[in-house]
Design a protein. Structure first.
Length: 490
């Protein structure tokens, strides 16, 4: 295929060259009605490029197949049999992928270290989740992806499960043995879905971790805005083999997706694919060298401990994405949240993730010598000034086994059933009716239907006292918890 082509961008260029006057959505009429106070900040070209696909970039009756061409090029670029663009972000794409494999009441194996969007899918779709618990790294207080044997055990226990959802890479860059998990799933005759939101760049360089399609996954979802070059909400489904029907996937996407897809997302997805197909290896070569330099300099700073290939050597993860600069900051006597807040306030540097123990910064093809220096200088300043940060109450982290809560009710039943608020001191032993996800990174500690234990309450409440954000809880202070009402079976 001709990867110098970018069908959506070419159609957008033609539209703007023709100067079409549109008497349908969007109402701003390609920027004619945009408030200058908005246009001066956002940029008028954003509005000029905001065009409907049909009767805008393409014609309903004489379709040139603009989107189809772009999707075929994407599939070819990454080695998939098919690719479908989504403009609703991978949060919705993962819901669609899950629904394409398991319907309401059916079982689906799910990595328990999933993002809250996956838990939302379990609730919305009505599937019965069979949790596959991650491999917990006690030293780092970090969850790595589950291993093939973990998946095999769950499939033997639940032979009626319809498939498996695996999350890799994690927010912290640790990667699963996708090939091994795929083989286990295929031996059982079920598909493997990979939520590879952080892995859009993986197909384009041999020194990066295995790409889900190359490793044998049936359906891979990527968020191109995370590590790629498309705008926010850009997501792609990648499909191969016959275990997931393309027709079913498209129908489920139509059920959940928007009918007002953004041409801005389509165009930037199209352009990013062209850039990677033509220059990806060269660009990622530069990013890998840059990340290696940053990691080396961070390792030389007292109190910072970068994570890297040692987790692979220790058997904790199958691979590690070197473009993730993950640094333990406990040696500075502060938490990752404190470090992230200080870096933003004093250095105007926004790290990609933080938790009680660490911060992370993503290096991509977009970084250059200037951004590299800014990051290294900011880390140096953090190390020098960490002793000045105000002391905060300690976060009481539980033992890994105490994070594996009993699933007493189906998430959908618990979420939509009758609920009540109970004081934190009385909540132990009650069934949660809500998702509770410390942010970042947004991996739920409690999901609807799980029985809350004392260690989790202590962890969450000490976290809030330290400054942890719990945006999805009904009571973000966690003075009270939303639980299944006594009459509801708790």
């Amino acid at each position: 295929m001709d990867h110098s082509r970018a069908p959506v961008l070419e159609a957008l260029e033609d539209f703007r060259r023709r100067g079409d006057v549109v008497f349908g959505p969007p109402g701003h009429k390609q920027g004619r009605g945009t408030d200058p106070r908005v246009g001066d900040i956002v940029g008028y070209d954003v509005f000029r490029s905001d065009v409907l696909l049909l009767n805008g970039l393409d014609d309903r009756r004489e379709s040139q197949g603009v989107l189809e061409q772009a999707q075929e090029l994407m599939a070819d670029a990454v080695g998939a049999e098919r690719a479908f663009f989504s403009t609703c972000g991978s949060s919705l794409s993962v819901k669609t992928a899950m629904l394409a494999v398991a319907g309401p009441g059916e079982k689906l194996l799910v990595s328990r270290n999933a993002h809250k969007s996956v838990i939302a899918a379990v609730v919305v779709n009505g599937v019965e989740p069979i949790w596959v618990h991650p491999k917990f790294d006690t030293e780092r207080h970090l969850a790595h992806p589950p291993e093939p044997d973990d998946v095999r055990a769950k499939l033997r226990e639940h032979p009626d499960a319809k498939g498996m959802l695996l999350i890799t890479p994690t927010d912290w860059g640790s990667c699963a043995d996708i090939k091994g998990v795929a083989e286990v799933c295929h031996e059982a005759g079920v598909p493997l879905i990979v939520d590879e939101a952080w892995g859009a760049h993986l197909p384009f360089h041999p020194d990066l971790p295995a790409w889900g399609i190359d490793a044998g996954a049936d359906l891979v979802v990527t968020s191109v805005h995370k590590m790629g070059g498309a705008i926010e909400q850009s997501s792609v489904f990648h499909l191969q083999y016959d275990r997931v029907s393309p027709e079913v996937l498209k129908q489920r996407e139509d059920l959940l997706g928007t009918t007002s897809a953004s041409s801005l997302v389509y165009a930037t997805l199209d352009g990013w694919r062209r850039q990677m197909a033509e220059h990806g290896r060269e660009l990622l070569d530069g990013a890998l060298r840059r990340a290696a330099r940053v990691r080396e300099k961070a390792a030389g700073l007292p109190g910072l401990v970068p994570m890297g290939e040692e987790i692979v050597e220790a058997g904790l993860a199958a691979e590690f994405d070197p473009l993730k600069i993950v640094m333990d900051v406990r040696g500075l006597g502060i938490s990752g949240m404190q470090a992230a807040e200080w870096l933003r306030e004093h250095c105007h540097v926004d790290v990609g993730g933080s938790d009680t123990c660490r911060i992370s910064a993503s290096v991509t093809h977009a970084d250059d010598d200037t951004t590299e220096k800014i990051l290294v200088d900011a880390l140096q300043s953090l190390v020098e000034r960490a002793g000045e940060l105000e002391s905060r109450p300690a976060v009481r982290l539980p033992q890994p086994s105490r994070l594996e809560l009993e699933q007493a009710r189906l998430p959908r039943e618990a979420f939509f059933g009758e609920a009540e608020h109970v004081a934190a001191k009385d909540v132990v032993g009650r069934i949660s009716a809500e998702t509770i996800s410390p942010y970042p990174p947004g991996v739920p500690v409690v999901t609807p239907g799980e029985v809350i234990n004392a260690e989790v309450v202590e962890y969450l409440r000490s976290g809030v006292a330290h400054g942890l954000l719990i945006p999805d809880a009904a009571d973000p202070s966690l003075d009270t918890f939303r639980v299944v009402a006594r009459g509801g079976g708790a």
